[in-house]
Write a protein that binds this ligand. Structure first.
Ligand SMILES: Nc1ncnc2c1ncn2[C@@H]1O[C@H](COP(=O)(O)OP(=O)(O)OP(=O)(O)O)[C@@H](O)[C@H]1O
Ligand SMILES: N[C@@H](CCO)C(=O)O
Length: 326
């Protein structure tokens, strides 16, 4: 459960007087997520999500995230919208944290994504990439290849307590990634964390995307590589080629990849699996045992990293010879 900051009823009621949402009726912490504190809030004006921004979110980046959601919603993409206060900025302050109120998005995330859902997320992601093409703000990816070795160093010898030899294995992989990381692929705004828990479905259809707090300007195909890691593996660790094909074809039905992007997918997926391995490892080592958060398993991403290291061609992702060319 991710509630790092407790919020009292009196201070929350006072915070809500900024908005035209009526009086507070109820609120409770949400048992999902690991990054920010989220509350489901009911007021006389409806149901909302209250977000308090925590450690990994830099205050200076908030206008980028909130502006991006407004931009995407303006283009018809379904995502939470910041509720505007009567006066001032959508970003306020509550319990000593930057805080904002968002519209509630209907739907549920899929615990066991199907191939059809992988196809739908591929399409939605490509739609997001196109819709964000004229978003005017910029944000560098603070968790790209340059940030990975410092994260490993910060884990230090504790990494080997998770699995013997882990530190050396990741260090060797980082050496390869640093030497071969592609830099000349098409770039744009990426979501950078489009995991199943950030995609809602309602009555069989994709109903919206949430959690844009890692969004940044980076290689577009890297976003697809993150989804190959997050959506296409089974519980037993096996990569599901039907899901891989559905995801990539769904993406390509909206934004075809060029040859260089296709060729780069395996290395981008290696990078994506190491990025999530490292942030999970860091949190595994550094989250106090008594904190109110469910830690995510770093070894899941170690297994994914090993899989992507032995990928030799796109056929290993389920993509066949009739793969569309751009
Ligand atoms: N606008 C919204 N509408 C409905 N539910 C939401 C909304 N925003 C967040 N939630 C709920 O809160 C949960 C946590 O939100 P979110 O994923 O943004 O948190 P986080 O701490 O940033 O998580 P993550 O670990 O994915 O980075 C979601 O899984 C969802 O259940
Ligand atoms: N989606 C991330 C957590 C949020 O950054 C993970 O599963 O490790």
């Amino acid at each position: 459960m991710a509630v790092y900051t407790e919020v009292g009823e009196a201070e929350l009621s006072a915070f809500l007087t900024r908005y035209d949402v009526g009086r507070l009726l109820s609120y409770k912490g949400i048992a999902e997520g690991v990054e920010n504190s989220n509350f489901l809030l009911r007021s006389e004006g409806g149901t909302f999500i209250l977000t308090l921004y925590e450690k990994r979110v830099n205050r200076a980046d908030l206008p980028f995230f909130v502006g991006l959601m407004e931009h995407l919603a303006g283009k018809g993409l379904s995502c939470p919208l910041p509720v505007q206060p009567r006066e001032g900025d959508a970003l306020g302050e509550l319990a000593g944290r930057p805080a904002a109120l968002f519209t509630f998005l209907e739907g549920m995330w899929s615990r066991r994504p199907t191939a059809d859902q992988c196809g739908a997320v591929g399409k939605a992601m490509a739609g997001m990439h196109l819709a964000a093409a004229d978003f005017p703000l910029q944000r560098a990816n603070s968790l790209s290849v340059d940030a990975w070795r410092p994260l490993l160093d910060a884990c230090g010898e504790d990494a080997d307590r998770v699995e013997a030899g882990l530190c050396a294995e990741i260090a060797a992989e980082l050496t390869e990634l640093e030497a071969n990381w592609p830099s000349d692929l098409p770039k744009g705004v990426i979501h950078a964390d489009l995991f199943p828990d950030n995609v809602f479905f309602l009555q069989g259809e994709l109903s919206g995307l949430i959690d844009f707090y890692f969004a940044c300007n980076d290689v577009l195909a890297y976003d697809l590589a993150i989804c190959l890691c997050a959506w296409c593996f089974e519980q037993d660790g096996a990569f599901n080629v039907t899901k891989g094909r559905a995801l990539i074809e769904g993406y390509q039905s909206v934004r075809p990849l060029n040859a260089a992007e296709r060729d780069a997918l395996p290395i981008l997926a290696r990078g994506a699996s190491v990025r999530f391995l490292l942030t999970r490892l860091y949190d595994w080592i550094n989250t106090p045992a008594n904190s109110f958060v469910t830690k995510k398993d770093p070894k899941e991403y170690l297994r994914k990293s090993r899989f992507h290291r032995q990928v030799r061609s796109l056929a290993d992702y389920g993509v066949t010879m009739d793969f569309r060319t751009a």
